[in-house]
Design a protein around this ligand. Structure first.
Ligand SMILES: [Fe+2]
Ligand SMILES: [Fe+2]
Length: 223
């Protein structure tokens, strides 16, 4: 079983908005910083989002994210299916399928319109997964670290916003987001354990992928 160190540290910090993760030894490498920006607060227009509009936006963008993650791991496995890391990728992919299935359920239960960009995320996600895997096992793991760090932070922002709005009303969704956030943190740590940092141009690759994640989140919330 994977160690829970990083995820546990994030869980420990979740009740303190704006808290940085504790310092000290970080055996699994750098961890996402829990930011101070409330979810949906990147523009003035979003700042006041609450209630059903907030829920709708969260479900739409998270559904899109899990859909994209599913396609990324599909792309990675298409290239690395015969390699030593295939079982590792497969295990993470299986968890993404569970995440996606849950958000499919929420989309239909709350009658949320999925993002119109799903066809784009289908192709882009697969190409990102396959493209990173073509750089080698380390390239695929670097992609995993970049994406999972972004999505963990994204989930933390949403968790903080929902807690601030009404933790009791959002109890079910909060439980789900915390569970998925922990899963994504494990994927992030798995990537580091499998030598993500040895990928060619790791820092550049990671930054580029994370910019792409931000753009994808921004677009999926709105389109
Ligand atoms: Fe996921
Ligand atoms: Fe993940």
């Amino acid at each position: 079983m994977l160690r829970r160190g990083a995820a546990t540290m994030v869980r420990a910090g979740r009740a303190s908005p704006g808290l940085r993760l504790p310092g000290g030894p970080r055996p699994l490498g750098s961890l996402p910083v829990i930011g101070t920006r409330p979810y949906g607060g990147s523009t003035a227009e979003q700042g006041g989002l609450a209630g059903p509009a907030l829920l709708e936006r969260i479900i739409r963008v998270d559904h899109a994210g899990e859909y994209g993650a599913d396609r990324i791991y599909a792309g990675q496995l298409a290239v690395l299916g015969g390699s030593s890391v295939a079982p590792v990728i497969k295990r993470m992919w299986d968890q993404e399928k569970e995440h996606l299935a849950k958000f499919e359920e929420l989309i239909s239960r709350h009658r949320v319109r999925p993002t119109a960009l799903l066809p784009l995320w289908n192709v882009a996600g697969f190409l990102l997964g396959a493209g990173s895997a073509l750089l080698g096992k380390e390239g695929a793991m670097a992609c995993t670290v970049a994406v999972e760090e972004s999505i963990s932070e994204h989930y933390n922002n949403q968790i903080r916003t929902l807690v601030e709005e009404d933790p009791e009303k959002h109890a079910e969704l909060l439980e789900l987001l915390r569970k998925f956030r922990d899963d994504e943190m494990e994927h992030h740590d798995t990537g580091l354990q499998h030598n993500a940092e040895l990928a060619p141009a790791y820092a550049l690759l990671k930054s580029a992928i994370q910019v792409g994640c931000k753009v994808a989140v921004y677009a999926s919330e709105r389109v």
